[in-house]
Design a protein. Structure first.
Length: 356
């Protein structure tokens, strides 16, 4: 930070570059925790830790007595009583699902520290450019909200009246808050990078808002598919057209429960949520192809390549996931690529933004 007549000049390159690296590092960590969250969901690990201990929960059980106490707590929830208990779950099997939920929560704590400690340092050093403090505080608040929403989600699967899984609505909220935070981190880093080059910050255009809004709908429907375990309703079989593009041999699936109305079916019926998720994807593809063309016209070729690579890979991973019958590594890759698609689309929307 340079000094002029004893007064700090905030916003120099030496100030901004570390902040950009910091925000992008946190963004990478968010992508990682989204992938770990996918593993946690697909291994049915999310309900393995039945208490929320924000301060002491980073220490896992160590002694046999501690493990037995955790396992005993798990034995009182519907997932164990209805599914894993009758299947004869052992302590070793419980430790496996506990591990993934513990890693997920540990990563959340690490991300919080990686964001909060440098923020406090930049604040103390008075190197945060004007107008960015509220935005950075909002990102910090989103991180805290994510933790609260995460426990709110888990608690939906712990009560005696619950199903053997968490609420798919709360799961969607948990995922969307994480991805919204990711988008905010990327956008803020790009704004600061522009400032470093002496350029004005970007303002979201109508087209950028359209692209991000349509992508949000797709992410929400993807969370519905995940929460309802709807990925398998199309059938399975490598290179099987009956599983994709068809669903069990038909374009529109049979078995949709319409009794409570279309809106209820849209967010509660596994067949319909899966159908909408797979075909709304092509609307996203069309919009992102247009985005790519706009970016190339502005000579933003690298951003255009990133957007095309992200949505192309995501579509292929979605198809392969269905064909495989939701194989773990493919499904996790699909969720991880979804986070990368968010980052790439935000990058594209920023590059097309109005400069003010």
């Amino acid at each position: 930070m340079r000094v002029n007549d004893g007064r700090p000049i905030i916003g120099t390159s030496d100030d901004i570059a570390p902040m950009v690296r910091w925000l992008l590092s946190v963004a990478v960590m968010v992508v990682l925790i989204v992938a770990v969250g996918g593993i946690t969901r697909l291994t049915e690990s999310g309900l393995s830790i039945t208490q929320w201990k924000p301060l002491t929960g980073f220490i896992p059980p160590i002694t046999d007595a501690q493990w037995q106490a955790e396992f005993t707590g798990y034995k009182h929830i519907p997932q164990y009583l209805d599914v894993n208990g009758p299947a004869g779950m052992t302590l070793a099997q419980y430790k496996f699902i506990y591990f993934w939920e513990w890693v997920h929560r540990l990563l959340a704590r690490v991300i919080g520290l990686i964001f909060a400690i440098p923020l406090a340092w930049f604040w103390f050093k008075r190197t945060i450019p004007g107008g960015y403090k509220p935005r950075l505080l909002a990102l910090l608040a989103l991180g805290g909200l994510q933790g609260v929403v995460g426990w709110w989600m888990v608690s939906s699967g712990l009560s005696a009246e619950a199903l053997d899984r968490v609420s798919h609505f709360r799961l969607a909220a948990h995922l969307l808050v994480a991805l919204f935070t990711l988008g905010g981190l990327v956008w803020t880093a790009l704004d600061l990078k522009a400032m470093e080059r002496g350029e004005p910050r970007a303002r979201l255009t109508g087209f950028g808002l359209l692209a991000l809004g349509m992508l949000t709908i797709q992410l929400f429907m993807g969370a519905m598919v995940a929460g309802l375990r709807a990925g398998v309703v199309a059938g399975a079989g490598w290179w099987s057209w009956d599983a994709w593009p068809l669903m069990q041999g038909s374009f529109f699936p049979e078995g949709v429960e319409w009794a409570k109305g279309t809106l209820h079916a849209l967010v509660n019926d596994p067949y319909l949520t899966h159908f909408v998720h797979r075909w709304w994807a092509w609307a996203i593809v069309a919009v992102l192809v247009v985005m790519g063309r706009k970016l190339k016209a502005k000579r933003e070729r690298l951003v255009s390549v990133a957007v095309h690579a992200a949505f192309g890979t995501q579509v292929l991973l979605g198809i392969f996931t269905v064909w495989s019958g939701v194989t773990l590594w493919l499904a996790v890759a699909h969720q991880l690529c979804g986070a990368l698609l968010v980052a790439a689309t935000v990058w594209g929307a920023h590059a097309l933004g109005r400069r003010t």
